[in-house]
Design a protein around this ligand. Structure first.
Ligand code: NI
Length: 136
C-alpha cells in the first residue's frame, strides 16, 4: 500500500455542507474516503477520454451460443489480444445463452477498440464494459 499523505483544502462553507450531505447519502465513512473515490473516478474518466493511459476493466458479454461462428470469433479475437486480456470466465447461463466476463488491462484506447469489436459481434445479446481504475 502507498504511503498516506495529508493535505488541507479551502472550500466554501455551503459547498462543504453539500459535500457532507453527499457523503451521508452515499454512505461514505469519511470525507477522506469520499475525496479518494472522487479523485480515482475523475482520473479514470480522464484516462478514458484521452486514451493514452493504462486502465483496467471488465467486459461482460451475454450471447447466444447457437449462433454460428460466434464462439470461435470471440476466442480468436481474445487470442489476438493476449497482452490485453488477463482472464476470462465463462458460464453456461441457460440452455441457449452463455455469460462471459473478460478482465482487461491496457491503454484506454485499445481497451475501447477490443471491447467494441467483442460487443459488436453478431449474436451478442448484451455487452457492458466497466472501467475499474487508472494507473499502474
Ligand atoms: Ni456456454
Amino acid at each position: 500500500m502507498s504511503n498516506i499523505a495529508r493535505f488541507t483544502v479551502s472550500i466554501e462553507e455551503d459547498l462543504l455542507e453539500r459535500f457532507d450531505r453527499y457523503c451521508q447519502e452515499e454512505s461514505l465513512a469519511t470525507r477522506s474516503e469520499a475525496v479518494r473515490q472522487l479523485i480515482h473516478e475523475r482520473l479514470t474518466n480522464r484516462a478514458w477520454e484521452t486514451g493514452h493511459d493504462e486502465v483496467a476493466g471488465t467486459l461482460t458479454l451475454v450471447y447466444d451460443h447457437h449462433r454460428p461462428q460466434l464462439g470461435q470469433g470471440l476466442t480468436k479475437l481474445q487470442h489476438d489480444n493476449t497482452d490485453l486480456i488477463i482472464a476470462t470466465t465463462h458460464i453456461h447461463l441457460t440452455h441457449d445463452t452463455c455469460l462471459e466476463v473478460i478482465i482487461l488491462r491496457g491503454t484506454a484506447r485499445r481497451l475501447q477498440q477490443v471491447a467494441a469489436q467483442l460487443k459488436g459481434m453478431k449474436g451478442i445479446i448484451r455487452g457492458e464494459l466497466v472501467v475499474a481504475r487508472a494507473g499502474g
